[in-house]
Ligand binder design. Structure first.
Ligand code: SAH
Length: 241
């Protein structure tokens, strides 16, 4: 029997393990999806692959599933961070959702000189990543980091991690990923206001940075994030074999 519904749970998964549901998950499975004892869902926790979970108890406020067999292996994304300056709420949610679907390993909201938003709701964004992983068949959920300053992040930049610096000033210039090395990478996308001259000079001088154009048009930050993830995945990620 195929299993359509997927659930992320923060509990260990192994044969015979029982997993308890939160109130929201119980409401979703038994209220919205109309599932009952004997039904099955796919369970993942980002560490232990994907398991078939049989419903053994179903209630209004909770329920219990039992892991019966492993359905798929854990599939780790490439070691790619998406660093972006948060924009309006729904567009930021969109970026987190798309980064999860596209296979980013970590999502880092950054405060740049011209960042529009001073705060983020980290928990809410993390919940969006979980939902996106449930929906897209991912067995891994990227961590959404807390908001950090770009300058501070660059002060402690790990030297082995290359940067795909998406610079709107380079409109139409050729992308330079074709001959780039594989390994740990980070994509960097600026806010609606773009990067400040200070940030641009600093990034252009970093040996880890590859300045990349996303074509001759200026994209909105959310579009730019998806475009950059696509270009990177096709050239250096798990789309390219
Ligand atoms: N206000 C800026 C545009 C910012 S677009 C201006 O008018 O110049 C938001 C972010 O998306 C940019 O900081 C950059 O990281 C990325 N971006 C958008 N279009 C791009 C392009 N054609 N090439 C490279 N990066 C781009």
């Amino acid at each position: 029997m195929t299993v359509k519904t997927r659930l992320y749970v923060d509990q260990p998964l192994a044969e015979g393990n029982q997993v308890s549901l939160t109130r929201e998950q119980a409401h979703y499975l038994f209220g919205v999806m109309r599932m009952a004892v004997g039904g099955a869902v796919a369970l993942f926790n980002g560490r232990d692959a994907e398991w078939r979970g049989e419903i053994v108890q179903a209630g209004k406020r909770g329920g219990v599933l039992e892991c019966s067999m492993q359905m798929r292996d854990l599939q780790m994304p490439p070691d790619l961070w998406l660093c972006f300056a948060p924009i309006k709420k729904t567009r930021t949610d969109f970026i987190v959702e798309k980064a999860t679907e596209m296979g980013a390993a970590k999502i880092c909201p950054i405060q740049t000189d011209f960042t529009n938003s001073e705060r983020i709701k980290q928990e809410r964004l993390q919940a969006h990543a979980v939902e996106a992983a449930e929906q897209c068949g991912g067995t891994y959920v990227p961590e959404v980091a807390n908001l950090q300053k770009l300058s501070a992040m660059l002060d402690h930049w790990p030297e082995e991690r290359q940067i795909m610096f998406c610079d709107e000033v380079e409109l139409g210039a050729a992308t330079s990923l074709a001959s780039a090395r594989r390994g740990p990478w980070a994509i960097l996308i600026g806010p609606e206001g773009g990067f400040s001259p200070t940030e641009r000079i600093r990034l252009h001088n970093m040996k880890e940075a590859h300045v990349v154009s996303l074509g001759p048009r200026i994209l909105r930050a959310d579009t730019a994030a998806v475009a950059a993830l696509t270009v990177w995945q096709a050239a250096l990620g798990d789309w390219a074999s």
